[in-house]
Design a protein around this ligand. Structure first.
Ligand code: LLP
Length: 411
């Protein structure tokens, strides 16, 4: 699935010339293909058609209102992790009964709000949280549906900084404790534990961690069933990885769908997924301009107007985002090139290439696969305004979130 094409020397996204859009908008900016978003959603839904899951888009990967409105039109639900994300999902028109609320530190106010909105499930991550929900529900004289997030103690074999399913990770509740919570709350009039959820990490490319997780979940459900406890929902979280570079292996979503379907033949639970990256990553590029080219003995530094504050992933996780020239110039650099940003930090650097197309100051390039955890992780570091988000609209564009104004940052 790819959304770009070079036509002659120029890079196009859908049918729009990126160069033309950049002439009308100051760089850097995020540029989205809403068509690609739709394509991704349908692909995911179709691949899992036998299981017919509720797809709850992980809002944290891309909390843009237009993106959420487009997903809502496709019948997507939402996975939220704060009152802010919950309010945004509701504002986008996503029905409360398609919203799940994850996170280990939900405050009383956040839980109160979620309960009053009657969302589908609160995924509780500790006994204290379960007790807090129970207390709030008692005050409101209602019964709240929750699920317990299990910690299955599985190594997801992904970047250690985004692994969440090992027993030393702060996420989820151990199997023993979860079981105890189920038993202790059988007669609780204010909460009904209707499901279990798991999310073992992000950017997972292998199937085996998911398979292992299902085995753990299987045993756990059997134990519940043997004790006459039956659940309705199984939330399998997100985490499906994408290929950032052309040479990267692909995650086998079809095989995963088969495994989940087979698993669920026995239990017939309502399956929930919380994909973020898989739906949003390849929907956007980040367009940037070359400010200066600085030559040192062994390399050329290509200094861009986009920095680590606009795209944090390389600095945070050493992640690789391919950089493409918007216009392919003739010839190649004869030394290696290192793309860097303007921020006063050595970690403000991106890709290094050995044989890169010639670039000159003022030329445009773009980072690929930045629709997930791109703009959402960005910051105002160095008093830099958060950059615009623009979407392709036929042959032209529309701004789906304007660039912040500098004057608002220096008030
Ligand atoms: N559900 C829960 C409970 C999560 O914590 C996450 C992501 C997701 C779903 C969505 O995961 P996905 O399908 O996008 O992998 N900033 C990092 C990723 C952190 C993910 C945090 N949790 C990055 O840029 O790689």
């Amino acid at each position: 699935m790819t959304i770009f094409k070079y036509r002659g020397k120029n890079l196009y996204l859908e049918n729009a010339s990126i160069d033309k859009i950049a002439k009308k908008n100051p760089t850097p900016f995020y540029l989205y293909s809403l068509k690609q978003l739709e394509k991704n959603f349908y692909y995911f839904q179709n691949t899992f058609r036998k299981t017919s899951p509720l797809i709850c888009f992980a809002v944290k990967s891309n909390p843009n209102l237009t993106i959420l409105k487009n997903l809502q039109k496709l019948n997507s639900g939402a996975d939220v992790v704060s009152i802010g994300e919950l309010q945004l999902a509701l504002k986008a028109g996503i029905q409360p009964n398609k919203i799940v609320f994850s996170g280990i530190g939900k405050t009383k106010e956040e839980l109160d709000f979620a309960i009053s909105k009657k969302i589908l499930l609160i995924n509780a991550e500790s006994e204290s949280e379960v007790n807090q929900i129970s207390k709030i529900a008692k005050n409101k004289k209602c019964r709240v549906a929750i699920s317990l997030r299990l910690n299955p103690n599985i190594n997801a074999n992904t970047i250690s900084k985004i692994s969440t399913g090992k027993k030393s990770d702060k996420f989820g509740i151990s199997l023993e404790e979860s079981y105890k919570i189920f038993i202790n709350n059988i007669k609780n009039k204010n909460i009904s534990i209707e499901g279990i959820s798991v999310h073992i990490g992000s950017q997972i490319k292998q199937l085996s961690p998911f398979q292992k997780t299902l085995k753990v979940v299987d045993k756990f459900i059997q134990k519940l069933n043997n004790n006459k406890i039956f659940i309705k929902y199984l939330d399998l979280g997100g985490g499906m990885g994408i290929s950032y570079l052309p040479k990267d292996t692909k995650f086998n979503l079809k095989e995963y769908a088969k495994i989940v379907d087979q698993f669920n033949q026995r239990y017939k639970l309502k399956i929930i997924f919380e994909p973020g990256r898989y739906l949003s990553a390849n929907t956007a590029i980040l367009v940037a301009k070359v400010i200066y080219i600085k030559k040192i003995q062994d390399r050329n530094f290509i200094i861009l107007d986009a920095g680590m504050n606009d795209l944090m992933r390389p600095a945070l996780y050493d992640s690789k985002h391919e950089i493409l020239p918007i216009q392919k110039n003739k010839g190649k650099f004869n030394k290696k090139v290192e793309f860097v940003g303007p921020i006063c930090e050595s970690t403000d650097k991106f890709m290094t290439y050995l044989n890169y197309y010639k670039l000159k100051e003022g030329d445009l390039v773009c980072f690929t696969n930045v629709g997930a955890y791109g703009r959402s992780l960005s910051s105002n570091y160095n008093i830099r305004p958060l950059i615009a988000e623009i979407a392709i609209n036929k042959n032209s564009f529309k701004i789906i979130r304007p660039r912040q104004k500098l004057k608002d940052l220096i008030k």
